[in-house]
Design a protein around this ligand. Structure first.
Ligand code: PGA
Length: 246
């Protein structure tokens, strides 16, 4: 596992955006797995700026989102489909057909199987960009999720639902379930890049990187992945042992 400790959140974002840009410059039709949430917003914004400046061209990239919430009406602005339109498709001028999210209407089991199938037919994931929840989740693979899972329906934990209150106003309004790409699919990506910024991530980052890997901390599975890059800012690195932070 390669670890980068950046002095500021902006430097961490810059590092991750450079990794994505390098991947896409080498392979303009690369297949990415993409997260939503607060952390990647600045990465998407920086890539869009670089594209406007002619430094990178992401318009042929294909992507699969890590997850989508279940129970919102189609077109709900809080759905991750809307987030992706706002932060990814429009700023980067990417045709919507090139960006898939898990389908959350109808037969969810069939949708999950179809999503894994689509990833497989795309040739698998070249680069999985990942965030981490305060409980160690990757996508919505909550603690206890086996490492070999495909796309599945996830019951969201209290910690995850609380983290979503800022988008939904009240805890009661936060969805209970999501469809998430499984840990097995994420770990099959050829390169995993985890970005964590801010003091609220410090404890879980240390557990994910330094504790014995276990299903209790889903992100700890990355310790066993052949090619993972972890990028954190100083605040998120604060609990790592000095040996690692040196
Ligand atoms: P955040 O979410 O970027 O909003 O902190 C990360 C996650 O829950 O995976």
């Amino acid at each position: 596992m390669e670890l980068w400790i950046a002095p500021t959140p902006a430097a961490a974002v810059d590092r991750v955006a450079r990794i994505v840009a390098a991947q896409v410059s080498a392979n303009p039709t690369a297949v990415l797995a993409l997260p939503t949430g607060r952390t990647p917003v600045a990465v998407y914004g920086l890539l869009a700026r670089w594209q406007r400046e002619g430094r990178v061209d992401l318009r042929r990239v294909r992507s699969f989102n890590l997850d989508e919430l279940v129970g919102l009406v189609p077109g709900d602005p809080r759905a991750y489909a809307a987030y992706m339109t706002h932060h990814w498709l429009r700023p980067l001028d990417i045709p919507p057909a090139q960006a898939q999210l898990p389908a959350v209407e109808g037969d969810l089991a069939a949708n999950c199987a179809a999503y894994d199938d689509a990833i497989h037919r795309a040739g698998g994931i070249d680069l999985a960009l990942l965030g981490i929840g305060e409980n160690g989740h990757l996508g919505f693979n909550e603690p206890g999720t086996p490492w070999d899972t495909g796309t599945h329906v996830s019951e969201l934990t209290d910690s995850t639902r609380r983290a979503l209150v800022s988008s939904f106003g009240t805890l009661d309004a936060v969805p209970w379930r999501a469809v998430t790409m499984g840990l097995g699919t994420i770990l099959a990506a050829r390169h995993c890049v985890l970005l964590a910024t801010g003091a609220s991530k410090a404890i879980i980052v240390a557990r994910a990187l330094e504790a014995e890997p276990s299903t209790t901390v889903p992100a700890s599975a990355l310790q066993r992945h052949a090619r993972t890059t972890v990028v954190v800012d100083a605040a998120a690195a604060a609990t790592l042992t000095p040996r690692r932070g040196a």
